[in-house]
Design a protein around this ligand. Structure first.
Ligand code: GRG
Length: 291
C-alpha cells in the first residue's frame, strides 16, 4: 500500500477510537471535557500511535481491538504534553494544530487542568482495557518510565532551563533524546511488547525508535527555521533562544545528521521484519515532512 494512504487509514482509525475513549462534552464538568477534546481532536499526525501499530503488526500482532486503548493513551499523553508545552510558563505558543492553543481558548487554569485530566485519563483507559494483565503491567511500566523525571519531563526541564552560555552538543542530545525521542522509542517498543515478540526484536525496536525520534526532532528544529506557519499549524521561528540542532550545527549540517539518525534507525527497525518496508517509508516521509 502507498505510504500516504497507510498513514491516512491508520490516522482515521486512531481518531475514531480517540473520539470513543474521550469523555463527552456534555459530561460534568463540561468545560473541562470540552478542553480535553479540543486539543486531542484538533488534528495531529498520530505518528506515535501509528509507529506503535506498525511495530505491532509487522511483529505478528493481529488483535487490534485489544491494543487500540494503548494508541488512545499515547495520543492523550502526547496532547497533554503539547498543552503544557504551549503554556506561557513554558514555550508560550498561541497556536497549535492550526487553532488557538488550549490556554488561548480556555484560559491557563482550564488548559493546565485539561492537560492533567488527559494524563490521568490515558492510564484510566489502559487500566480498563482488555489487555492481558502481564502485558498491561509492561505497558504501564514503559509509559510511566518514559514520561517521568528520567524521560520526557527530564528533557523538558533542561529545555526550559537552557541558557546560551551552556550551549553544548551533549546537552543538546540529552534534551532531544529525552523530550522527544524517548516517546518514539517507547511506542516502537510497546508495539513489539504487545505482539509478544522476541527480546532481541523488542530491544531493536527500542533503539530504532530512539534514533527515529532524534531524526524527527531535528527535522522539527529545521522546520522551525525553514517551515511555514500555515503548513505547521503552529508558530515558526520560535526556537531562537533554544538549544537546537540548527543553532549548534547550522541547518545544512543538521539535515545530514537527521538523515544519519534515520538510516541508523532503519537498521534497527529492519530487525523486526527484514522484508517489510513500512518503517523505511515512514522514515523517508518523516525526514522530508513539511509539518
Ligand atoms: C511528560 C508528556 C509529558 C509532558 C510534560 C510539557 C512537557 C512535560 C514536555 C514537552 C514535550 C514536547 C512537547 C516535545 C516536543 C515534541 C514534538 C516535536 C511535538 C510535535 O509532535 P508532532 O509533530 O505533533 O507529532 P502533532 O500535532 O502532529 O501530533
Amino acid at each position: 500500500m502507498n505510504i500516504e494512504n497507510y498513514l491516512k487509514d491508520w490516522k482515521k482509525k486512531v481518531d475514531d477510537k480517540l473520539n470513543e475513549h474521550l469523555p463527552s462534552k456534555e459530561e460534568y464538568p463540561p468545560l473541562l471535557h470540552k478542553a480535553m477534546r479540543y486539543t486531542v481532536l484538533a488534528g495531529g499526525k498520530r505518528i506515535r500511535s501509528i509507529l506503535m501499530l506498525t511495530a505491532y503488526s509487522i511483529s505478528g500482532g493481529y488483535d487490534f481491538d485489544e491494543i487500540m486503548p494503548v494508541s488512545s493513551a499515547i495520543e492523550l499523553i502526547h496532547a497533554y504534553s503539547l498543552i503544557h508545552d504551549d503554556l506561557p510558563a513554558m514555550d508560550n505558543d498561541d497556536y497549535r494544530r492550526g487553532l488557538p492553543s488550549s490556554h488561548k481558548k480556555f484560559g491557563e487554569d482550564i488548559a493546565i487542568l485539561a492537560g492533567d485530566a488527559l494524563f490521568s485519563h490515558a492510564f484510566y483507559i489502559i487500566a480498563h482495557s482488555n489487555i492481558k494483565p502481564v502485558l498491561k503491567e509492561k505497558v504501564l511500566k514503559n509509559l510511566t518510565e518514559t514520561i517521568g523525571d528520567k524521560g520526557i519531563i527530564g528533557g523538558q526541564t533542561e529545555d526550559v532551563l537552557f541558557e546560551e552560555s551552556n550551549k553544548s552538543p551533549k546537552l543538546l542530545r540529552y534534551i532531544h533524546s529525552h523530550k522527544t525521542a524517548s516517546f518514539f522509542s517507547a511506542v516502537c517498543e510497546l508495539g513489539t511488547i504487545l505482539a509478544e515478540t522476541s527480546e532481541d526484536k523488542i530491544l531493536a525496536a527500542r533503539k530504532g525508535g530512539l534514533l527515529m525520534g532524534m531524526a524527527f526532532q531535528i527535522q522539527d528544529d529545521i522546520l522551525d527555521v525553514e517551515g511555514k506557519k500555515e503548513e505547521m499549524g503552529k508558530e515558526v521561528r520560535k526556537d531562537n533562544n533554544k538549544l537546537t540542532y540548527p543553532s549548534v550545527y547550522g541547518t545544512g549540517f543538521s539535515k545530514i545528521i537527521a538523515r544519519k539518525y534515520s538510516s541508523l534507525a532503519l537498521k534497527q527497525l529492519k530487525v523486526l521484519n527484514p522484508k517489510d518496508k513500512t518503517f523505511e517509508n515512514i522514515l523517508n516521509l518523516l525526514t522530508t515532512r513539511k509539518n
